[in-house]
Design a binder for this molecule. Structure first.
Ligand code: ZN
Ligand code: ZN
Length: 248
């Protein structure tokens, strides 16, 4: 097993967190964002990709927040606009149906044309090399976790002691466990995953409930306990950490 994967996995499971895979995801995402804002920005091969794909809305926002090289980002956006424009504008200009009664026989298929064009625009908007590479890396991390769970007793113990995984990453782990683990390993793995999930659900439910009860004037002077960041922790559990769920 390559150490470029096992070391970060061990680090993530050694760190205190609500989901080690969210830590790994964040690291992979940061690497990709740095890559696309770094020297690769001017490389023809990279540009060939980004001209076509641009970035998804989420990563567009993250690049915008992170960028130190305004000119570089402007060049990427410019050639992406040119590519997109050339791809769809003419079609869009021709998509309007003829007005009813003006040209016979032309209007019947306009709905399919509009839907196809809409699908194509949606697909282009969602396409993103940061997502693609990040998802591939996370998939690899998932497989490495399975391998280490069944071959590395130290790691197995760490996994059994892990407090929680967010729900999207729980789904990813279940899916990978189904294809990679033996039935005996899956028994231990899924039990640990389920127990972590069960107790974190209960903890969050209690903390969020207390958060809502703090709005009652009778509880005004009582302690917040662990409730102050309960909404943020719940959002991270439900949706994976996106960075903008953070308490600050
Ligand atoms: Zn997660
Ligand atoms: Zn993306």
């Amino acid at each position: 097993m390559e150490t470029i994967y096992t070391i970060p996995v061990n680090d993530a499971y050694n760190a205190e967190s609500e989901c080690p895979l969210c830590l790994l995801r964040k690291k992979a995402e940061d690497n990709e964002l740095d890559y696309y804002l770094g020297p690769s920005l001017m490389e023809p091969d990279t540009r060939k990709v980004t001209n076509k794909t641009g970035f998804c809305p989420d990563h567009m926002a993250k690049l915008n927040k992170r960028v130190t090289n305004r000119l570089g980002l402007a060049l990427v956006i410019h050639t992406h606009l040119l590519d997109y424009d050339e791809d769809i504008t003419e079609e869009l200009l021709e998509a309007a149906p003829a007005k009813a009664g003006l040209i016979r026989g032309r209007s019947s298929d306009y709905k399919a044309v509009l839907k196809d064009l809409a699908d194509r625009i949606d697909k282009r908007t969602a396409s993103c090399p940061v997502c693609d590479k990040m998802n591939k890396t996370i998939e690899r991390y998932n497989e490495v976790i399975m391998h280490m769970f069944s071959h590395d007793a130290g790691f197995k113990q760490k996994f059994l002691n892990t407090k929680s995984h967010c729900l999207p990453h729980t789904a990813a782990l279940l899916r990978t466990a189904a294809s990679k683990l033996s039935q005996n390993d899956a028994a231990d793995f899924v039990t640990a995953l389920a127990e972590g999930s069960n107790s974190y659900f209960k903890e969050l439910e209690k903390d969020v409930e207390w958060f809502t009860q703090k709005f009652d004037y009778r509880n005004k002077d009582k302690s917040w306990g662990n409730s102050k960041n309960a909404i943020q922790r719940s959002m991270r559990f439900l949706s994976s950490d996106r960075g903008d769920f953070n308490e600050g």
